[in-house]
Design a protein around this ligand. Sequence first.
Ligand code: NAD
Ligand code: WQD
Length: 346
Amino acid sequence: MSKNIIVTGGAGYIGSHTVVELLAQGYNPIIVDNFCNSEKSVMDGLEEITGKQVTLFEGDCTDKAFMSQVFSETNPIGVIHFAAYKAVGESVEKPLAYYHNNVVSLLVLLEVMQEQNCKQLVFSSSCTVYGTPQKLPVTEQSPTQKAISPYGNTKQIAEDIIKDQVAANSGLSAVALRYFNPIGAHSTGLIGELPLDIPSNLVPFVTQTAAGLRNELTIFGNDYNTPDGTNIRDYIHVIDLAKAHVKTLDYLTGKSNFYDFINVGTGKGTSVLEIVNTFEKVSNQKLNYTIGTRRPGDVEQIYASVDKLKKVLNWQTELTVEGALRDAWNWQLNLNRKDIKTQGIS
Ligand code: NAD
Ligand code: WQD
């Protein structure tokens, strides 16, 4: 039986690592991407790592005719839907673009899945749906809070749309994975996070600063109510996150009219200063940083309860923050060697 899996956004950061893990577990990933936030060179990295040429359909997931054609030609058993815009700050400036891309792509996908009888969906959600949690660690029973950005709202809307489609007895079985903070890169240094603009996320900013592409990192506040005063997050190695998707596909096999959501994190909180100190240790670099003011909208601390992840998927993360930072640095060094300009450097 075909084990074709459509991976929308498969050329992106998390998608590309998931493609590697899918192939390793006997699935046949088919990438659908319009490269609005990724580079075609990712395909070369994937080929070098896996020794296989991964099928690519270049196009826009909001284009229903295109998506129908992709499904007709490949007859997939399931979909992992990564394709979305993801910059929180930009979503405040361009809400319509975010609602259009993130919501319409999901609607089109669900319509085509229904029309072509494709029943398994793994959806990229985010811990952002929890807002500022009342209690830590955050369990799946923790209440979601009204999103403070259009980006966050697209994730809440998307989860509701999927839940409603399952409730309508469409035969769909779906899991929304609520990711915490993915960091790191493939251990080969051949794929990793490739910000096309100035990174707003911590780790790419750290590696670019150490590589001399940025003057200094600003730590956004050290006056929080945490042990060292800086924010705490649950940083998960992107390879672990990729594996969680394959486990979820396995879990969905044979299910019908089923919906659930699962936190995907390590269960451990790490502060911004701990990230900086660990990075300095693994890279043997002194990082130029300064303490700045708080970034509006930042949550003081958040980390996942991973009880459900362990129970439902019978799996937990295996890699460390230290290893993730080492891999991120190795990736950054490779980018510099190849003199890749698409890092928000004009
Ligand atoms: P990314 O930008 O690296 O990858 C997304 C990919 O989707 C890109 O290759 C982009 O070109 C493609 N894409 C976007 N819109 C498209 C469209 N309409 N048609 C075709 N392709 C399209 O992002 P990522 O970090 O890999 O994130 C993947 C998913 O995970 C997103 O849905 C994001 O919201 C979610 N997520 C990411 C994080 C994070 O910190 N990276 C955290 C939580 C959730
Ligand atoms: C991490 C920590 C910053 C940059 C975002 C989205 C969230 C999810 C993951 C998609 C924070 C601090 C950062 C810098 C810093 N994405 N920081 N200086 O904010 O936890 O989450 O990405 O769903 O929705 O909001 O991640 O990497 O931006 O920040 O001090 O230059 O690093 O204040 O404490 P965040 P991040």
